[in-house]
Design a binder for this molecule. Sequence first.
Ligand code: MTE
Length: 374
Amino acid sequence: DPYANEPQRLPALIVRSQKPMNSETPMELLAASIVTPNELFYVRNHLPVPQVDPAAYRLRIEGEGVRSLELSLEELKTKFKRHTITATLQCTGNRRNEFNRTGRVVKGLEWEGGSISTAVFTGVRLRDVLLAAGLEDDDPEVQHIQFEGLDADMAGATYGASIEVDKAMSPHGDVLLAYEMNSAPLPADHGFPLRAVVPGVAGCRSVKWLGKIVASSEESHSFWQRRDYKAFGPNTDWDNVDWDAAPAIQAMPVTSQICEPAVGAVVEDDEVTIKGYAWSGGGQGIIRVDVSADGGKTWHNAELQKVPQKRGRGWAWALWQATIPLPKGFTGQLELVCKATDENYNTQPENAAPIWNLRGVNCNSWHRVPVTVQ
Ligand code: MTE
């Protein structure tokens, strides 16, 4: 069994698949703190967790425009400047199940809104390592930085993905090769001993158990870069999809989620306290979250809790909370709704059906939670 040596996991995680392990963080725990504890951070694995000996570990850097390099963990930690960021990682399939509820089924793990988490990551800047390997800014030969994981299938094929070189080399892009997560060594499930952390970008590009970095004129040839993690229009189905026609998802659209109360909760008061998260890709910080207790007819502002971040480098989500009045004397079912706006004034679409796509990615419609008022 290639899954015989998997790490221990907390029973609190909501498992969507055992082998490979895919599990989401329970809603009420997500909303409890800006930084998600390591044991509660969502897990998205495509393959068995590889066992890596940190003493024997070497990161390989090769490709166009660079000198081939091999770096031990010790060299990474001592030869390069330490850098820390607080960043949210989100799976492109977060909230996928909402597409299934439109009546048109999508293919993929049935995620609710818990395949997203936030941590303080520490490591070295990818830019510094690429510069040390001789890569020059704006080298016309190099358009993509490819990452290869050490996790492999039975045929030896490894997980891989790539990002654009401009993101990788930007001094303000904050792409890390991280060896710590929330001040502890990276846990096995999250890429021990080294992972890429590409803040503001879909989680699938933050390659764990990083074995190799390749500078290239081309995107990664991996299945996950070229035949998955892309979004199409609602007219595209499995029998007419042309994977090459859409770009790989990098930054994701603005989204938000009500974490409390839970779907179907009973509210016995004339007001209700709503809590949740909001996040946008590309470093666009959240500037506002609007909440409604009548399905979106009237709105209130939520109070935001954020970490200090510069404009354009808003890598971490905002948590939010609002206590709003319920209609006087009302009993019965109500729909709580939230929608977020990012610093580019992008906001969320009202419904999931018009953004339905065959792979069920980028679900970011208003989040709706039906509750009963007694
Ligand atoms: N890296 C490797 N090597 N193997 C993987 O399966 N999954 C990717 C990414 N990096 C993956 C990987 C996906 S799809 C996501 S969403 C994030 O890791 C999840 O990171 P996490 O498990 O630390 O939450």
